[in-house]
Ligand binder design. Structure first.
Ligand code: AMP
Length: 577
């Protein structure tokens, strides 16, 4: 792939282009589908279903190509990973494969990564930046403190590079130029982003950010979890970071030679003045409230995905951000980008995303109460406000009518393109018999129970769950890591709140007639969820893309073991006695 020179960024032009494209959303969708089918006209997958280069009509496409899930495409993608360069899903062999962390779906999956997906990524970044910059302008020559981590890319036995989607993006030669053009150059040297050790990388990101503190315009991590994790780590390590600055010598905890060499260039001389400033800031804060603006006085906002499964981290992030706005990052997945945040002033709770009509051909499958109902997907401009849908994506990288598994709600239109709210992953995570609870239901139950803890000034650091059917009847187990100690009766109370917090009819009636047993709250010791994250990182998931699994399947023996081994107390709900 050739490194392209990035065009100069022109905010008004990018916004105008987006306005025009979204006014013409329907035509742009049709044209995008034509392009995709034309580009991939030799793909055997399409040909086998009777599609050839002449298919231009969306209706013909929908009549011939079935809706699929990742499982259906797995055998095709596996052949690509194994080095079969024949036109399987795409006309040309793909340059890389993305490995999704699998934390959202419980198992890793492969998806093709192509030059078009890279282009889409840069287009999406430019669009979102243009709208952000209109509302929160940043200074020329500023930098962004970006907690980004490139996990290892390996070459499959078939000779194809495989890495997480973010790794494929960060390793792309166009990434750096693209970020520079939108004034978002990282503070840290590349060696930090590509460090094989994520703990050392995080330390160096924090240190680099402070060294460039006056230039830092915004603070970013892909997911809110990453931001909270970064500043929790800072709380523990700040004195060491300050000592490095004071002495001009990098801590001995950094052992990766390339990272040491790169950081030594930044940390050229002792800087006691900066060290004193940071020390004074850190010691004057009350419980670290407003840490981010205290460290980075010129930052304009904090940026990352804060919706969906990241909502539980927003409260803590707000605490660190003080008065700084929290801006929700856009909506996409390893499979491709879908929608941009073009209303960045909205709080994370209100955030919506406008579908970008040239990033793929999008369909929306209505989500009905009964999973069995055979609903038909509707087109981008046919969606109804207030209705929930599963996103179905057709893209340049060989995914055709692919069910993404995400549920979104249409909340309005931006010109003629839908504006959506992310609701949850479609799959149920907690179910024993007739009960149906999604990740969002769990989140809401935890949120309501956490209010009781908040009265004691204690927060839920992280949580997960598990369906235990080894007892008769089966019951839900919720694991909590909390920030302090409290009386058993408070936790008993929280346990009852959790049980009552699942308001699904099936659950409540099963609890009343005792076909589901009392909910169990297990409190785990501090650091347990860090161990869970370590476990996933060890399996190759990237620190930047990590999402805590909210429900641990029985097959995930290792994670269950970590949670069980670290449980310090357990409570059974008495809410339905
Ligand atoms: P990954 O599998 O690591 O590529 O993660 C992609 C998934 O993250 C999506 O399918 C969504 O479930 C979730 N996601 C991505 N963007 C957002 C967003 N803005 N808000 C909520 N969830 C998101």
């Amino acid at each position: 792939m050739l490194e392209k020179k990035c065009e100069t960024f022109n905010m008004n032009r990018v916004i105008d282009e987006f306005e025009e494209m979204t006014r013409d959303a329907d035509q742009v969708q049709k044209q995008t589908l034509r392009d995709i089918l034309h580009k991939n006209q030799s793909a055997v997958y399409l040909r086998n279903f009777g599609i050839n280069g002449n298919t231009t009509d969306p209706e013909a496409f929908k009549a011939l190509i079935p809706l699929v899930t990742d499982l259906d495409l797995e055998p095709y993608i596996k052949r690509m990973v194994d080095g079969d360069t024949s036109p399987i899903l795409t006309s040309r062999p793909v340059p890389a494969i993305s490995l999704s962390s699998g934390t959202s779906q419980g198992r890793p999956k492969f998806v093709p990564f192509t030059d078009e997906l890279m282009e889409n990524t840069l287009q999406l970044f430019r669009t979102a930046f243009a709208f952000r910059n209109r509302d929160f302008p940043i200074d020329d020559n500023g930098r962004a403190l970006q907690f980004i981590f490139s996990s290892k890319q390996y070459i499959s036995t078939g000779g194809v590079p495989v890495g997480t989607a973010t790794t494929n993006v960060y390793r792309n030669p166009n990434f750096k130029a693209g970020m520079k053009s939108i004034q978002s150059l990282c503070c840290s040297p590349d060696e930090v982003i590509f460090s094989p050790d994520v703990h050392q990388a995080l330390y160096c990101h924090l240190l680099s950010g402070i060294l460039f503190r006056d230039q830092v315009q915004y603070v970013f991590a892909s997911f809110a979890h990453g931001l909270v994790h970064a500043f929790r780590t800072f709380e523990q390590l700040w004195e060491e970071i300050v000592t490095d600055i004071e002495d001009g010598v990098l801590s001995s905890r950094i052992t990766v030679p390339s990272v040491r060499t790169a950081m030594a260039k930044l940390l050229r001389a002792p800087n006691p003045e900066l060290a004193d400033t940071i020390r004074a800031k850190c010691t004057s804060l009350s419980n670290w409230y407003g840490l981010i603006p205290a460290l980075f006085p010129n930052s304009k906002y904090v940026y990352g995905i804060m919706t969906g499964s990241m909502e539980p981290y927003v409260k803590k992030l707000r605490h660190y951000a003080g008065e700084l706005p929290l801006v929700s990052h856009d909506y996409g997945s390893s499979e491709g980008w879908i929608a941009a945040n073009v209303t960045p002033r909205l709080s994370p709770e209100e955030a919506t995303f406008a579908v970008v009509p040239n990033l793929g051909y999008f369909e929306f499958l209505p989500v009905s109460e009964t999973e069995e109902a055979k609903e038909k997907p509707v087109g981008l401009t046919e969606v109804k406000i207030g209705q929930e849908y599963e996103v179905v994506i057709t893209n340049y990288a060989g995914l055709y009518r692919y069910r993404l598994g995400d549920v979104v709600k249409i909340v309005g239109f931006y010109n003629n393109t839908p504006q959506l709210k992310f609701i949850c992953r479609r799959n149920l995570i907690l179910s024993i018999n007739i009960d149906k609870n999604t990740e969002r239901d769990l989140q809401m139950s935890v949120e309501s129970a956490a209010k009781r803890l908040a009265e004691e000034k204690i927060e839920v650091i992280d949580f997960s769950s598990h369906v235990d059917v080894s007892t008769e009847p089966g019951h839900y187990v919720i694991y909590w890591e909390i920030s302090g100690e409290t009386d058993d009766d408070v936790l008993q109370n929280c346990c009852n709140c959790l049980d009552k917090g699942f308001i699904d009819e099936g659950y409540m009636s099963s609890r009343k007639c005792k076909t589901i047993g009392a909910l169990e709250l297990r409190v785990v010791q501090k650091g347990t969820f860090r161990k869970v994250q370590e476990h996933f990182l060890g399996l190759g998931s990237s620190a930047g893309q990590f999402k805590m699994p909210r429900c641990v399947k029985p097959s995930n023996v290792k994670v269950l073991q970590i949670l069980c081994d670290n449980a310090v107390s357990r409570f059974f709900s008495t809410a339905f006695e």
